[in-house]
Each structure stands twice: as C-alpha cells, then as structure tokens.
Write a protein that binds this ligand. Structure first.
Ligand code: THU
Length: 131
C-alpha cells in the first residue's frame, strides 16, 4: 500500500522532474517520479528531438532509468503533465509499465489528482511471458 506521505512526496518529485523536460517542439512538459519497492525514487522527463519520433515520454524515461540501475519492482509512479486535468499516459508507456507488473499510477493535473493502476490503464496487455 502506498502511504499518504509517499504519495505526497512522489507528486512533489514528479513536479520537480517536470522542470527538466526538454520539450521545445510541443511545449508540453511532463515529469515522472517512480517509487521502487525498496524505497528509491527515479525521476524522468520527456525529452524531445528534432526528429520527432525519437521523443521519449517522461514515464518511460523514469522506468528505463530505474531498470538501468537494477530495479524492477515498483510501488507507484506519479506523472505530472501540463494540463489542468491529469494527463493520461500514452499507449506506449502503458505497455512499458505492464512489463513490470502491477503498481499505482498517480496522474497529477494542476487542478486534479487521479489515482489509478497499471492494470486499470491497460487491461489485456501484450505479454510474451505466457501463463
Ligand atoms: N508525453 C509524455 O511525456 N508522456 C505521455 O504519456 C504523453 C506524452 C510527452 C511526449 C511529448 O514530448 C509531449 O508529451 C507531447 O506529446
């Protein structure tokens, strides 16, 4: 279970990470903060490129960073977008999240915070691991 304290901290960290967004093409800054089962927090921001398809989203950036440091078990991710309402993660990020099982997803808008989960965001995900 995610505590209120952890949730608050993750939201603050996602907003902090959002400041590092490199998004000169869309002007849509996104930040993410990912809490591992063992209590570490990894940050991510969206990083755009002149070759637009090379852009990476904030949540994938945070997940790839954590995995690169040997972490694969996650408790929650907070994602802070640029809208008043919470920004729902794109389909690619949902698929990447499902690779690492179930965890809480906190969507942070300027006026609203929505708590959901990986399985709620992407039921029936593509999976090669089998049953
Ligand atoms: N973006 C994210 O970082 N996460 C999402 O889930 C949706 C989209 C970024 C990608 C791009 O830099 C900008 O938002 C506009 O699409």
């Amino acid at each position: 279970m995610l505590t209120k304290k952890e949730k608050k901290l993750l939201i603050e960290k996602a907003l902090e990470a959002r400041k590092n967004s490199y998004s000169p093409y869309s002007n849509f800054a996104v930040g993410a903060a990912l809490l591992t089962e063992d209590g570490e927090i990894f940050l991510g921001a969206n990083v755009e490129n002149a070759s637009l398809g090379l852009t990476i989203c904030a949540e994938r950036s945070a997940i790839f960073s954590a995995v690169s440091y040997g972490k694969r078990k996650f408790k929650a991710i907070a994602i802070a977008g640029s809208q008043e309402s919470p920004t729902p993660p794109c389909g690619a990020c949902r698929q990447v999240m499902t690779e690492f099982g179930e965890f809480a997803v906190i969507l942070v808008g300027q006026n609203e915070i929505l708590e959901t989960s990986v399985s709620e965001l992407l039921p029936l995900q593509f999976d090669l691991k089998g049953e």
